[in-house]
Write a protein that binds this ligand. Structure first.
Ligand SMILES: C[S@@+](CC[C@H](N)C(=O)[O-])C[C@H]1O[C@@H](n2cnc3c(N)ncnc32)[C@H](O)[C@@H]1O
Length: 287
């Protein structure tokens, strides 16, 4: 699995994800988080964006009046950037990076529609090999880090763009300690493989592994939220989901959307079994 596979996956699926998934209106290609106080699907889809906004507002208070540059690595069609830019004044500038040319184009078109093109830029690039970009005060990735075939390289690249004292936020799936250990049954191993294959997720790592990689690149973990309990999982019988995954893998049609659906079912099993957790991790680049 490499970045050109991920590019092809998003080139083929982005329009389908937006049309068939719940995230179309929020321009989100990520999961809804039904945390306490969340009442609508749109609020649930924007929950991770709301947590980002809180982080940026916090940084804002220590740098009043100063222009902040935020960078979204794996920005999809720009939903998170538009959420932030429409809630913060024009001292917020943002750059979105995506491996998909289609996503970059859709995001630029939306920026122009919203009149945000002067402060929201979208770049088609590989976040494991970033081009020259202005330094950032906050870097974040929502459900994108897991796609990195070499996760340590992600931190190497972020260390090159994030200012000392700046924050790096990862909202993603992570292996639990048991998920990362050898104490998994054959079925559990199959679910993990099906999730990683269907979702192009070679970078799936545990929080401990991620914190170690981050520390080697000069980042300290300063906060963490476990959002797993706020995900709404399918309430289908686990044996039915298991049978559908097996069937999906046996047929394994060469359609990206098919494989992604099998991956989604497998992820449901992994979350239910406590092999995978969905977290919001906050790191600070050491000064
Ligand atoms: C699940 S989508 C999430 C999109 C967006 N963060 C959101 O929440 O709507 C994953 C994103 O990661 C991007 N991505 C994956 N690997 C990448 C890479 N190596 N370089 C840049 N972008 C990448 C994809 O293009 C896609 O935009």
């Amino acid at each position: 699995m490499n970045t050109s596979d991920v590019r092809a996956y998003y080139e083929r699926n982005t329009r389908l994800f937006l049309a068939l998934g719940a995230g179309g209106r929020a321009r989100a290609i990520h999961r809804a988080v039904w945390a306490e106080g969340v009442a609508t699907t749109e609020e649930a889809l924007n929950y991770s964006n709301r947590l980002l906004l809180e982080q940026i507002a916090h940084l804002r208070r220590s740098h009043p009046g100063q222009t902040l540059h935020v960078m979204d690595l794996g920005c999809g069609v720009g939903g998170s950037i538009f959420y932030l830019a429409t809630r913060l004044d024009d001292t917020l500038h943002a750059t979105g990076v995506t491996i998909s040319p289609l996503q970059a184009r859709l995001a630029r078109e939306q920026a122009a529609r919203l009149g945000l093109q002067d402060r929201c830029a979208f770049v088609e690039a590989d976040f494991l090999q970033l081009p020259e970009l202005p330094p950032a005060d906050v870097v974040f990735s929502i459900e994108a880090f897991v796609h990195a075939p070499q996760p340590a390289r992600y931190f190497d690249q972020v260390a090159g763009v994030l200012r000392p004292g700046g924050r790096l936020i990862l909202c993603d799936d992570f292996l639990s300690e048991r998920g990362a250990s050898n104490a998994r049954s054959p079925d559990e191993r199959m679910w993990l493989r099906a999730f990683q294959a269907g979702w192009h997720a070679p970078g799936l790592s545990s929080v401990t592994q991620v914190a170690q990689m981050a520390a080697r690149h000069g980042f300290s973990r300063v906060g963490e939220r476990d959002l797993t309990p706020a995900l709404r999982l399918l309430n289908w019988d686990s044996r039915l989901i298991h049978a559908l995954i097996r069937l999906g893998r046996a047929i394994w049609l060469p359609w990206a959307y098919w494989r992604s659906t099998v991956g989604s079912l497998a992820l449901q099993q992994c979350l239910r079994a406590g092999l995978v957790t969905y977290r919001f991790l906050i790191f600070e680049r050491n000064r």
